[in-house]
Design a protein around this ligand. Sequence first.
Ligand code: PFF
Length: 461
Amino acid sequence: MTEQRGNWTSSAGFVLAATGSAIGLGNLWKFPFITWENNGGAFVLVYLVCIAAVGLPIMMAELLVGRKTQKSAVGALKEAAGPAWGLVGLWGVLCGFTLLSYYTVIAGWSLFYFVQTIGWTASGFPAGLATGDLFGEQVSNAPLQLMMSLGFSIATVSVVYFGVQRGIERIARLFLPILFAILVLMLVSALGMSGAGEAIAFIFRPSFSELEPVGVLEALGHSFFTLSLGMGAMITYGSYIARNQSLVKAAGTIVLLDTVIALVATVIMFSVIFSVAGMAEQVGGSTVGMLFISLPELFYTEVPFGIILGPLFYVLVALAALTSTMSLLEVVTSYVIDEHGIERHKATVMCGSAVFVFTIFAALSFSDVPFLSTLAVFEGKTGWFETADHFVSNWMLPTGGLAITIAVGWFMTREQSESELVDETTPGWFSYGVWRFFIRYVAPVAVAAIVIAVLRGTDFS
Ligand code: PFF
């Protein structure tokens, strides 16, 4: 039996679930790193502009398509824009499938570091431990990788199995407040560190001479990833929204919370890094470096109350990842439920298992497994994991996002979109005309710029 639609229990429940989808490894793992790489200030400012000018209008567009049609990605785009657009929905489902398959592996690392930090809190940080080596050992330990990603997959499947209300919404309601509380604790601790002033200046003082043009496109590309746009996740979540809720208000809240959390996470990490002599030079090189190599040690050597905050931080990463993985699995599962008439429980287990096969490939990419560790399709990307990540971030999300903006901006009538966005609940700051201009012109041009840059060989991942 398929579930009934329109079934978030309340507007707050939906906003929390969608915010949970948006807040994830992108905020805690990718954003601080790309901010670092692009020299802070100016990049952050450009990112904020991209979020407001492109991310927010597309968030509204995805939500409105979902709510209007009450269908998941494929059916929704078919009904809203025409039969051929179902292919774009299918592309989104494939993107969700692929992203979930390797995102689960990184999420598994947070479990490893949670267990490690609990051990260090209990019996002290081992003197002389090289955290870089520790990271290398854990990623190349095949049984460990498989176990952790299996654990995380089971957690994701268990949530989606219980459906929108009893699974996704319930977990989001429970976990997001915990996540916010942990972040506030960490922020207070980080702001007390000597490097806090320098960190804030680095993040918020723009210096445009330090921003390369490719950084602008990177900011734009990341605004898709961080807001869970471009692959129908927000269409799917939108399909469960009740009629009496303001989509504009909801989209504004989700985008604002996601952005604030990304900035807070960055302030926390950089405050720690700038407080330690020589650390600024050491960090960098790789995204994982900051989160899984530099920070674990610093919790035990530098951060006030680090022995408590260390394990809490990796719980935070795991929770943020779970509220994202469940939305990814929901995209795939709801497609199978809606388009193939398969019952939710069966559909969830089927989809979760199918994704896990590819998670195995990603998890083994760091061990000496032929093909999986050596695959080289894209220049500079080695192994299944890096290939999948590159394909999703550079190719799938921007092309999916471009197609969705065109579908909503050019293939839906003014009446169709206006009736979803404008009613008595719409906040005063919203102008339908401005939104329509952005979704028809600004967003497609901006996203097309990413696609063109990728076609010309720019690498964003
Ligand atoms: N927004 C998530 C993050 O920032 O980590 C990633 C993501 C989740 C993208 C769910 C897309 C999605 F459907």
